[in-house]
Design a protein around this ligand. Structure first.
Ligand code: 5GP
Ligand code: ZN
Length: 117
């Protein structure tokens, strides 16, 4: 069920402390940690502690929590001392989503290549 921990979910395991990560920030409802395969000098993932399969599902069910993800992404960037950064929400395997627990990538720390958008 949406919002409930999923036993087969990597990020639920990170929330439960079962998989070690480099935590950057924590709030009561969110965790920010460094991506294990960084694509830029700063590459941090911000996740809600509760499980939703993607960002839109999170926003539909808990809009305030979805907004907090954005606020926290900004705090991560500020904490890293970067003013220019990109937030990415991959949704669906065809778009590159590999972990089906809502998360935003915060990327920056160097000029970012122009991509699809
Ligand atoms: P997605 O491809 O679903 O948008 O993003 C998932 C991200 O999780 C990938 O960038 C991947 O490198 C990262 N990742 C996968 N496994 C781990 C892990 O065990 N620890 C951390 N910190 N990041 C992970
Ligand atoms: Zn999960």
């Amino acid at each position: 069920m949406a919002g409930e921990p999923q036993s087969d979910c990597l990020f639920c395991k990170i929330v439960a402390g079962e998989i070690p990560t480099t935590v950057v920030r924590k709030t009561e409802d969110t965790i920010a940690f460094r991506d294990i395969h960084p694509q830029a000098p700063t590459h941090v993932l911000v996740i809600p502690r509760v499980h939703y399969p993607n960002a839109a599902a999170l926003a539909a069910a808990e809009p305030a929590l979805a907004a907090e993800l954005l606020t926290e992404a900004g705090e991560v960037a500020a904490g890293e001392g970067i003013a220019d950064y990109r937030m990415i929400f991959n949704t669906g395997a065809g778009a590159g989503q590999t972990v089906f627990h809502a998360h935003v990538h915060v990327l920056g720390g160097e000029p970012l290549r122009e991509g699809l958008v």
